[in-house]
Design a protein around this ligand. Structure first.
Ligand SMILES: Nc1nc2c(ncn2[C@@H]2O[C@H](COP(=O)(O)OP(=O)(O)O)[C@@H](O)[C@H]2O)c(=O)[nH]1
Ligand SMILES: [Mg+2]
Length: 330
């Protein structure tokens, strides 16, 4: 069968050949958590780990999508093939919200060296973090480098999504003042680069000064996040933003921090998959008549405490270590 076939093997082969249709379909599979995903990932994964993954986060309307398009153009001019994954429920990347920008930016939508994908946000954001990592792997295996992930930075779930990146840029705008305080807890700590976008507006220098003061207080011994001013629609400051992102990439490679982050990511990704599998196994296989529903009822009616019920179900599902060892050798 050719790459146009419908099995996961064909799809994976199409992805490795860089076929746009296969890439799109593979990401759709990933997005709806299809049963084909393990087979697809098994085949594409050996070809991943080559792309630089850059997360772009910040409040809605800060100009993330516009900036991402400008960054993509800059990387294209440097001869790179750029993957874009946008996870923003409030403003779909290719939606109608920024029609003017879409016309001006239209070149990147028709450029075969750019692959843009908005992730659907049905289902839990937790599932979206998994889907985003998988989609990034698909693009990585297909040879896109860098891969830009846009997420709206508002809460922990979004932070989990953008943690799939090697380097995280937090996009803010002048006059954010109190907002900076509000979102500080969530997204400021994860910034490797700060972008003060809409820098042609009044207050840009003050925003930079405020951020700079915050960084002084926080103290960043290893890497002090640079602060770059941009005006995304005109492209002003974009070369400096690219330089800052690349400087952080060099820091990751030189300091061992890159390896540390990849290891943390592998750990949390693996644990998340295990959690999902485990929950599904419990839902599917909890033995009757003491199945999950009975345990739920027992806890709801306070006949059993949740810890005891969980321990009981866990032991019914997971064989004790000796039994597991015998199974492996037998
Ligand atoms: N004045 C100005 N407007 C901008 C700038 N960057 C983006 N915008 C506009 O801000 C609006 C939101 O931009 P968008 O990229 O969709 O923001 P996102 O929600 O963070 O992705 C759009 O109308 C953009 O054209 C900028 O640097 N200056
Ligand atoms: Mg956006």
């Amino acid at each position: 069968m050719s790459a146009a076939g419908s099995g996961p093997e064909d799809l994976a082969r199409g992805v490795l050949e860089g076929g746009a249709r296969s890439i799109g379909r593979a990401i759709s599979e990933v997005e709806r958590d299809s049963v084909t995903v393990p087979a697809i990932l098994r085949r594409v994964f050996p070809r991943t780990g080559r792309a630089r993954i850059i997360g772009i986060t910040g409040p809605p309307g800060a100009g993330k999508s516009t900036l991402v398009q400008r960054l993509a153009q800059a990387y294209r001019r440097a001869g790179r093939r750029v993957g874009i994954v946008a996870v923003d429920p409030s403003s779909p990347f290719t939606g109608g919200a920024i029609l003017g920008d879409r016309i001006r930016m239209s070149e990147i939508y028709t450029d075969p060296g750019v692959f843009i994908r908005s992730m659907a946000t049905r289902g839990a954001l937790g599932g979206l973090a998994r889907a985003t990592s998988d989609a990034v792997d698909v693009l990585d295996a297909a040879g896109f480098d860098p891969i830009l992930i846009e997420t709206v930075g508002v809460g922990q779930d979004e932070v989990d999504i953008v943690r799939a990146a090697d380097t995280i840029a937090v996009v803010l705008v002048p006059g954010l003042g109190d907002d900076i305080q509000a979102i500080k807890a969530g997204i400021l700590e994860i910034a490797d680069v700060f972008v003060v976008n809409k820098a042609e507006r009044e207050g840009a220098d003050r925003a930079v000064a405020e951020l700079s003061m915050m960084l002084d207080l926080a103290g960043h011994p290893e890497w002090r996040p640079p602060i770059v001013k941009t005006s995304a629609p005109s492209g002003s400051g974009v070369p400096e933003a690219v330089a800052a992102l690349e400087a952080h990439g060099a820091h990751l490679a030189a300091s061992g921090e890159g390896r540390r982050r990849r290891s943390l990511r592998a750990r949390s990704r693996l644990l998340a998959l295990l959690e999902t599998r485990f929950r599904r196994a419990i839902e599917a296989r909890a033995p009757e008549p003491d199945g999950l529903e009975q345990a739920v009822a027992a806890v709801a009616e306070r006949r059993e405490d949740p810890y005891s019920a969980a321990a009981r179900l866990f032991e019914e599902l997971v064989p004790p270590p000796r039994e597991a060892a015998e199974r492996r050798s037998g």
